[in-house]
Each structure stands twice: as C-alpha cells, then as structure tokens.
Design a protein around this ligand. Structure first.
Ligand SMILES: [Zn+2]
Length: 410
C-alpha cells in the first residue's frame, strides 16, 4: 500500500494583532499541526479556502518519501496540471534512482483571485534581494511589474544557515535578522509582510532533516501561494543562472528553479526568477549603485552585524573590493580588520579559483579588468624547507639551512 500525506482544512484564529492559520498534516502514523502566523492586517489575503501553498510546500518531501498527496482543500487546476503532467514526471525522469512518480488527489478549482494585484519579492538585505529590490523598483520599465510588497518568511532559511534544524537557533537568527529587515523597510517606506511558520519543524519531525538548499524554492513559493489573494506576480532571487542548469533533487534546487518556479504558478500568482542573467559579481556591481544598500547590506549567515570573518562576509568584501566599491560599505563591515588581512584574502582568489565557483568568478573579473592579484605562493619557513627538501634532498637542504642560519637569514 502506498504511503499518503494528507492535508486537512485550514482553520483561522485571531490572537491580538496576529492571525494564525493552521492545518492538520498526516503522514504514516504521525499527525502534526502546521501553522502560519502573520499580522492580522494581512489576514484577508491568506488563502484558507484552497491547498495550493501546502501542496507546493510539501511536494518535495512527498516525492523524496514516495508519498501521494491527498488534499481535503481544493487546489488550482493550473497548478494540478503543471505538477502532475509536467513537473513530477520530469523530476522523476531526471532522478530515476531517487524518486518515483506520486499522485495528487484533491478537488480542483479553475478560478483565480481576480483582485490580486500585488507584486512581491523576499527581502533579507543580502546581495540577491537588494539586486531584486533595485531591479524591480528602479530598473524594470513596466509599471505593473514594479514591487508593491516585500516579504520576510520563516520557512527554513535560518536552518540552512547552520546546517541542521535547531528551534532555538532558528528563532534567534530569525528575530535578529527580522529586526534589521523591519528597520530597513521602515527607513525606506516599503510594505513588509512577515510570515512565520513551524513548517521546517514539522518537516524535521515527519521526514528528518533535509538540507535547505534542496527545498528552498518549493517552500518559499508554497508560502507565497498562501497569499495568492494579494500576489499577482512574485520574484524569486536566483542563486544560479541557466548556464548552471541541472536537475538533481539532492543538490541546490536553484539549479533547476527556472523550470520549477513557472510550474508552481497558478491562475493568480506567477513566479519569476529575477536578476535577468546576472552573475554574482554583476549583482554586486549593480547594488553598489543602490544607495539603500550602503548601510544595510547584511550577508553574514551567523551574526548581525556582519561578522567580517565567515566565508560569506569575506567573499562579499572581496567582491566589493575587486570592483572598487568596498569603501561605500564601511557601515556594514569592519574594513580596518579586512585591510589588515587583505593580501591573504586576495591570495585566496588565486589559490582557490580551480575549486571554488565564486573565487573563479572573481579571478576572471580581475584578469579581465587588469587588476593585479598577489602570487598564490605565500610560503612560510616550513613550506620553504619542505619545498627545498623536495627539490634538493635532505643533505643539501640541511647544508643550505645551516649556512643561512650562520648568516642569520633563516
Ligand atoms: Zn560573517
């Protein structure tokens, strides 16, 4: 007998200035209550009358666990068609040894929400979201494609930052980054919708831990579909361009997002990848023209403000340094500390370019723009002795070292 994941009706409860929507999810012998919480002022936009968002959010896990989806709530006909006739067969074909086709059972509804006219994207104040924000407030030439609302969703990004599900750490990161995002939106007058959920807690209990990068596109799009009464268009900032396209459910879903996102669209809400075909360095160049990013860029996975020491912080400072715009971000990073180790960081670009996509991009940019990089070989005394041993042998190396010692060269 095949397993099934069952999605129950959605119930609404208002507590103070918040509204909570909850639904019972059954899988195997487990029953969990999945909830979403948002400010009561946005409660009329929450779709409690159809299960599109829940199906989209749970689709990845149903596939990985071979479970059919049974939804008590109706789902949009367009979404049903796209998932069952296109996406699921294609995903299975590309991942034959990992997943096999599942069924979706639900009443269907072919009408959309005609009043939905909002245009949204997520905001984390990182490079990707600032690129999308700049692009769709200033650069896009079509008014109906310009942003009206920004979202900040708690559906797993904070677990992805630490590589495991940890309720307390997730909450701490969420609150810390939320305060930054809220302050930014207040400063520049953006409408911000904050949606919290226990989605990843439920996922972790029911299916075990999955790396966030495997499923982020599904759960973010799914959560936005819960707000279909608001959103007519929604942009998702891509991690990869189409030249890095491949379909592997064990890897970052961003690699096949440009196929996945349209398949998660409905009669009402259309998803688009933003940032056209920009590489990471092109995005950094773009936002360096966006003055709103100068004091608010937040890239650090683990700290607010930016720690300046983790891989993400150093990579971003290197990117800004290489394009000559790092000084604009003095409010975001401790640049004095960076400049103390600048040579070492620049050397990393050369040393790691063969194995690190982003270092390769920086290296190619530097070469193309005649930017000098330090030699990759920075040898301390131990390295020099080992090199000498390799080249000359033990006796000659010891002899040279002895002579140098006597001349105090060593
Ligand atoms: Zn950091």
């Amino acid at each position: 007998m095949s397993k099934a994941l069952t999605i129950g009706k959605i119930y609404k409860e208002i507590t103070g200035d918040k509204v909570v929507f909850s639904s019972q999810i059954d899988f195997g012998n487990q029953t969990q209550t999945l909830w979403y919480r948002l400010d009561a002022e946005y409660s009329d936009y929450f779709c409690d009358d159809r299960g599109d968002g829940l199906v989209a959010s749970l689709l990845f896990f149903s596939l990985m666990n071979g479970a059919d989806i049974v939804s008590t709530l109706p789902i949009s006909e367009k979404l049903y068609y796209q998932l069952t006739y296109n996406l699921i067969p294609q995903l299975c074909r590309c991942n034959k040894s990992v997943i096999s086709p599942i069924k979706i059972e639900a009443p269907l509804v072919s009408t959309g929400y005609p009043k939905a006219s909002g245009v949204g994207c997520g905001i984390s104040c990182g490079v990707d979201s600032f690129t999308t924000l700049y692009e769709y407030t200033r650069l896009v030439p079509l008014d109906s494609f310009k942003l009206t609302h920004l979202t900040y969703l708690k559906v797993g990004a904070h677990d992805g930052q630490i590589g495991k599900y940890d309720k307390e750490v997730q909450e701490g990161l969420f609150q810390s980054q939320l305060s930054h995002v809220k302050a930014f939106c207040t400063r520049y007058g953006y409408k911000l919708i904050v949606m919290e959920s226990n989605l990843t807690e439920i996922i972790d209990r029911m299916f075990g831990f999955y790396n966030y990068e495997q499923f982020h596109s599904y759960v973010n799009a799914g959560t936005v579909l819960q707000l279909q009464k608001l959103f007519n268009r929604y942009y998702y900032s891509p991690g990869w361009c189409l030249d890095e396209f491949f379909v592997d459910v064990k890897k970052d879903a961003a690699h096949y997002e440009r196929v996945l996102l349209p398949m998660l669209s409905t009669e009402t809400t259309s998803f688009y990848s933003s940032n056209q075909a920009m590489s990471r360095i092109e995005k950094v160049r773009l936002i360096s023209d966006f003055e709103q990013s100068y004091e608010w860029l937040l890239v650090c996975w683990l700290h607010k403000p930016n720690c300046g020491k983790c891989g993400k912080c150093i990579r971003t400072m290197l990117e800004l340094d290489i394009i000559g715009k790092l000084e604009l971000y003095r409010a975001c990073f401790d640049l004095d500390e960076y400049f103390k180790k600048r040579d070492k960081y620049l050397r990393r670009i050369v040393q790691r370019r063969e194995r690190d996509y982003f270092m390769k991009e920086l290296y190619d940019y530097a070469i193309a723009h005649d930017i000098a990089l330090p030699s990759p070989e920075h040898k301390n005394i131990v390295n020099r002795v080992f090199d000498s041993l390799r080249q000359r042998g033990v006796r000659q190396t010891l002899s040279i070292a002895l002579q140098r010692l006597m001349r105090r060269e060593l």
